[in-house]
Design a protein around this ligand. Structure first.
Ligand SMILES: C[S@@+](CC[C@H](N)C(=O)[O-])C[C@H]1O[C@@H](n2cnc3c(N)ncnc32)[C@H](O)[C@@H]1O
Length: 298
């Protein structure tokens, strides 16, 4: 087999792994999104970019920023994208009434993203994000991609259209406390999902597999961001890996960065909103000024 030389590591490589796997002709996702972006020019510059970005929050569009990263340069990606909730049918999210979401922080969308794309545009965007994440992930790396299933026009909409063709190894159920019941026709929704999308050599840290695949953490209440992660959820993910550098391309208020610091790892965070980037930087500064605490890991 013809082998290429990886300009960064100098190691010989076989055919690049193709993620996502090509979809059938009937797929509604455009063909170009099934391509892996091959890393080609200005690699030295790109290496410098990565070095200069370590332990920082970068304000910008996640796909644009990730394009500056060298291939196979990040150990772990933990992220929760916008869920496109404002285009939901029913429940008042779309028209801003809020409905039973009256108190939901996301009724107004994010500060710099309206969370209301046509569904297939949203799917295409998320697949583009995942493709770029796969390109920059090391061969022993993994993506923990948090999302939520919902009911649209009376039918369950899982997120298979986004993750199809990517190497999903496991789905972790994040059981939250309580929830909001929209409709007497459904049971109260109480969980979100975390897709573990893993490259071939990814392994969990020693004994981490004993946590099982249903995790219970209450949602974060003490954070001004409209959709923050609970820090302990991210502590669970990061501490279950041997990753040295953790990326969150939708970092919001900086929870992934905070958890990386608590777990003694390097981080890079990206967000489009200058408001949330400032929030993240303030949290990081505060975290760094606090004395190191023993982590309570359950
Ligand atoms: C679900 S929130 C992430 C919250 C984060 N996990 C936390 O703990 O605070 C999604 C984030 O994606 C950001 N976002 C939306 N569009 C983006 C884009 N094109 N590039 C980067 N970030 C974007 C939003 O500003 C929002 O903060």
């Amino acid at each position: 087999m013809r082998q290429k030389l990886n300009m960064l590591t100098g190691k010989k490589r076989g055919k690049p792994l193709a993620y996502p796997k090509p979809l059938g002709k009937k797929s509604m996702v455009r063909d170009e999104l099934t391509q892996v972006h091959e890393f080609d020019t200005s690699q030295v510059e790109k290496r410098k970019f990565l070095k200069g970005s370590r332990d920082t929050i970068i304000c910008g569009d996640s796909v644009e920023v990730m394009r500056n990263f060298p291939a196979e340069s990040v150990d772990l990606i933990v992220t929760s994208p916008p869920y496109n909730l404002k285009n939901s049918t029913g429940n008042g999210m779309k028209d801003g009434r809020g409905g039973k979401w009256r108190n939901a922080a996301l009724v107004n969308g994010y500060s710099h993203h309206d969370d209301c794309m046509p569904h297939w545009e949203y799917v295409r965007w998320q697949r583009e994000c995942l493709t770029e994440m796969m390109r920059i992930l090391k061969l022993d790396g993994a993506i923990f991609y948090n999302h939520k299933w919902r009911v649209q026009n009376g039918l369950l909409q899982d997120r298979q259209d986004i993750v199809q063709g990517f190497p999903v190894r496991q789905i972790i159920i994040w059981r939250r406390s309580g929830g909001i019941n929209f409709n007497a026709g459904y049971f109260l929704p109480t969980y979100e999902v975390i897709y573990m999308i893993a490259k071939p050599n990814f392994r969990l840290a020693e004994k981490a597999n004993s946590h099982g695949d249903v995790w219970e953490f209450p949602q974060e209440m003490n954070n001004k961001h409209p959709a923050p992660f609970p820090v302990r959820l991210i502590d669970r993910i990061i501490s279950c890996t041997n990753a040295k550098l953790v990326l969150d391309p939708f970092v919001g208020s900086g929870t992934t960065a905070i958890s990386a610091i608590r777990n003694n790892r390097h981080f890079i965070g990206i967000d489009i909103s200058p408001v949330y980037c400032r929030m993240a930087r303030d949290r990081i500064k505060k975290q760094l000024s606090e004395p190191t605490l023993e982590l309570e890991l359950s």
